[in-house]
Design a protein around this ligand. Structure first.
Ligand code: TYM
Length: 331
């Protein structure tokens, strides 16, 4: 029995990358562990976002959690901003982390590079501190994420080590990330050297499968994915990034080994292979979408789930905050 925690930021439209890297993996933890899964709505403010969009996407994310199979009776499902304790813990932790550490974060470098350099928010810079606070707040030991969040979890681990040794007590949990065996980094179908991301940039949308896309669009995007001219279905991310990405998607969906899929598509042309990938995606995403839309249509019910989750999350959070406040001298 371990404490599990993860979250998704309610920005933009959720993608197949989010599904494979996070949503679909969460339910497997809820049977034998104490599982805490939340909507990272405060983190959504680190880049400009329209308030109505944030409200609506917050409901989307919890609906995706439920559609993936999270059960509010087995998993504490909540909204980050409902737990005031996390803001206090964040304010404490921010003093135990170095600016050099934060400026080395790959995600900060990538996101800030796209902004006016004079207008980079402190929240974007300090993003991993709040993420560490999320993790410690519930004493989480296991953090299921995709590849791009591993570095943040490692930083949280370093902070815990530093903090615990400074006060000579086990005050903060020492988290470890877990990533899916296949598909921890799904790439864009049009630009397979770059991650498939929730970007709203219209030029990039052809390479991104959004979880709310129609079946027609999903199939079209997969059939027009960039490949290569070799006409061999082989996993080689360096030389064949497009085909390797499609193989990862296929294997994640079908739960098969890459080597077995390579055998299945030995001597197949890319058209046949892509069709099989599209079928595999629709087989799983089709029913998932139906469930999503059913949950999404009842915001009142979703509010109730958030309220109940917040009560349970706050109980766990207050225990940790008391412990930390006492240790540092705030109590
Ligand atoms: P976010 O919202 O950017 O992404 C949510 C989850 O989806 C994974 N992911 C992917 N996995 C595979 N392939 C992709 N192309 C892909 N794109 C995204 C991400 O790795 C992530 O697991 N910082 C987090 C939210 C967060 C959090 C936390 C997570 C806040 N506090 C505490 C864990 C613990 C984020 O922005 O994820």
């Amino acid at each position: 029995m371990a404490r599990i925690l993860s979250g998704v930021k309610p920005t933009g439209k959720m993608t197949l990358g989010n599904y494979i890297g996070s949503f679909r993996n969460f339910p497997s933890f809820q049977e034998d562990n104490e599982s805490y899964i939340f909507v990272a709505d405060i983190h959504a403010l680190t880049l400009p976002i329209d308030p109505a969009n944030l409200r609506s996407t917050t409901y989307d994310v919890i609906s995706f959690y439920l559609a993936a199979g999270l059960d509010p009776n087995k998993t504490v499902l909540f909204k980050q901003s409902d737990i005031k304790e996390v803001a206090v813990l964040n304010s404490i932790l921010i003093n135990y982390i170095y600016m050099g550490e934060l400026s080395r974060m790959t995600q900060f470098k990538a996101k800030s590079a796209k902004l006016n350099q004079k207008k980079i928010g402190v929240g974007l810079f300090a993003y991993p501190v709040l993420m560490a606070a999320d993790i410690f707040m519930y004493d989480a030991e296991i953090v299921p994420v995709g590849d791009d969040q591993i570095q943040h979890v490692e930083l949280a681990h370093d902070i815990a080590k530093r903090f615990n040794s400074r006060y000579n007590a086990k005050l903060l949990s020492m988290p470890k990330s877990v990533t899916p065996k296949v598909g921890k980094r799904i790439m864009s179908l049009q630009d397979p050297l770059h991650k498939m991301s929730k970007s709203d940039d219209p030029k990039k949308q052809k390479g991104v499968i959004y979880l709310q896309d129609s079946e027609k669009d999903i199939r079209k995007k997969i059939m027009s994915a960039i490949t290569d001219s070799e006409a061999v279905v082989r996993f080689d991310p360096e030389k064949k990034p497009g085909i390797s990405n499609l193989l990862s998607i296929y294997c994640a969906m079908k739960k098969v080994e890459i080597s077995d899929a390579e055998k299945t598509f030995n001597n197949c042309n890319y058209g046949v292979f892509k069709k099989a990938v599209a079928d595999a995606v629709m087989e799983e995403i089709g029913p998932f979408q139906k469930k999503f839309f059913a949950y999404r249509s009842d915001e009142k019910k979703l509010d109730e789930i958030f309220e109940q989750g917040a009560i349970k999350a706050r109980q766990a959070a207050s225990v940790v905050l008391e412990r930390v406040k006492k240790a540092v001298g705030l109590k």
